[in-house]
Structures are given as C-alpha cells and as structure tokens.
Write a protein that binds this ligand. Structure first.
Ligand code: FE2
Ligand code: FE2
Length: 186
C-alpha cells in the first residue's frame, strides 16, 4: 500500500533530485567554458535556500524519524540523516555565495562548478539513503495507526515547484519537466 506520507516525501525528493541534475549539468557546461544559465541557477538556489528546510526536512525530522524511533528502529541511520540536514545548509550557503559571485572570471566560475557538483553528489547520496533504507524500514515497522497520524499531519505539501502556482519557479518547473522528473501530482 502506498502511504501518503511517503508519496509526499518522494515527490519532494523528485524536485530535489531534478535540481541536483540540472545543477550538475550547469556545472559541466560552465566547466567547458559556456556561460551558466544564471536565471535558472538563481531560481534553483533560491528554492534550495528556503523550501527543503521549511517543508521537507521538518516532515522527516518531526514525524517520520520520531515514529521510527518510537519502535526503536533506525537510530544510527536517523542520526546520520539529521546530521546531513545540517551539513546541507552549509553546502547550500556555499553554493549561494558562489552563484552570486559568478561573473565569467575563471576563478569565480570554478568555485560555482565545485559547489554545484558537491551539492548534487551530496543530495543524491542523502535521498538514496532515505529511499533505499529508511523508507523501506518505515514500511516494515510502522503500524496503520502510525501512518494514519502521519498522513493526517502531512496535509498538503507546500512545495512551490510541485504546486506550480509561484511565478518565480515557473521556468524552473519547465526545466524539471523537460528532463522527465518527477511525475508531478500525488
Ligand atoms: Fe532528509
Ligand atoms: Fe528527504
């Protein structure tokens, strides 16, 4: 049975993984000497600065992880993932600073390339750990009552890319759709 909690988290992961791929593609283009698409990169950084911390991580940290902890499961993985949420903040800050400094100069571009590649690698590893290990563990461990409480608490996600109503992220959504991820709509 597909749980609403997990489909919401997976849909948000779809946006994040798409951004990781788009950032990596921009990093590779920049590395080859092309000018990065500044509008696209800025929209991605603006999204990353705000939304994962407002809508995604809190659902994992306040609902899913405590539900697993209540059953005495996944302590080590949860500690690592929570540590990574804090690490992610630092990576996004570095990406933000390096994006603002983009000016066509080789050194500035190199800092962006490095920050974008590091963030993309980090995010793929983090999402992989959650989807391959923690979500299946939750599916094996949590009770119908646990899921019902979480599903209710999740309500509608507030992700502006998934909702598609925010003008600032319209072009970003089109780029994400163009690379085929994710299947929007829950
Ligand atoms: Fe996470
Ligand atoms: Fe996540």
């Amino acid at each position: 049975m597909t749980r609403k909690t997990l489909s919401v988290l997976r849909a948000e992961h779809g946006v994040l993984l798409s951004i990781a791929r788009l950032l990596e593609a921009e990093a590779l283009r920049t590395e080859r000497g092309a000018a990065p698409n500044l509008d696209l990169v800025s929209a991605m950084v603006e999204y990353l600065r705000d939304y994962p911390f407002k809508f995604h991580h809190p659902k994992e940290e306040r609902l899913l992880f405590p539900a697993l902890a209540k059953h005495g499961e996944g302590a080590e993985a949860i500690a690592r993932l929570e540590h990574e949420h804090a690490e992610e903040e630092a990576l996004i800050h570095t990406l933000d600073v390096s994006t603002s400094a983009l000016d066509g100069a080789t050194a500035a571009n190199a800092a962006f390339v490095e920050a974008a590649k590091r963030y993309a690698r980090f995010l793929e590893g983090h999402v992989h750990a959650e989807e391959r290990h923690v979500f299946p563990l939750a599916e094996r461990t949590l009770t119908d009552d646990d899921w019902a409480k979480m599903d209710e608490a999740f309500g509608d996600h507030g992700d502006p890319v998934l909702k598609g109503e925010d003008e600032r992220f319209r072009a970003l959504r089109l780029h994400i759709e163009a690379i085929g991820l994710p299947p929007f709509g829950l």
